[in-house]
Design a protein around this ligand. Sequence first.
Ligand code: 5GP
Length: 180
Amino acid sequence: MNKNIIQLHDKKFEPFISYEQIDRAIQYIADRLNKEMKGKNPLFVPVLNGAFMFAGDLFKKLDFPCEISFVKFSSYVGTTSTEDVKQLLGFETDVKGRTVVIVEDIIDTGLTIHKIIDQLKQKEAREVKIATLLFKPDAFKGNYKVDYIGMKIPNDFIVGYGLDYNQYGRNYKDIYKIVE
Ligand code: 5GP
């Protein structure tokens, strides 16, 4: 057995994206945010739990003063996205008239972000931008633009770098993909 394979619960995962590749993708997003968001006083809204590592690395690369406020939703059970998105931790900052940048680890069906955009519109945000480290184009069902994408990936279930399989695997520095 490949010694780099990891086991979480009943499933095995193999190395897929190295931290070096992740870091390059984050730098690409950060360079664009540094150009386009400076002077807009944006509110960054990372989505827990998955985005905590991405958020930590991304914000260290931003070179202008900015505000950060985490939100939490749940839609994933096991290895599949459910249609039911529950809000567990909401917006603590007034978003009215603000530029808001949602920060996600991965966009799959796009449903979670869709719900967050709806809420931000209701709260009268001036504009909503979306930054995601990973994007699965073949699974995406949204009708909105994803503004900042670090990397496009196929429709495989992945873990590591903040992403879990039933709450385990978030701690790995690299990203792993499920072994079918
Ligand atoms: P969506 O609402 O776009 O279908 O799903 C978004 C959320 O589902 C992400 O924030 C993430 O928590 C979870 N998710 C989507 N794809 C994957 C995946 O391949 N692996 C893991 N661990 N979580 C995923």
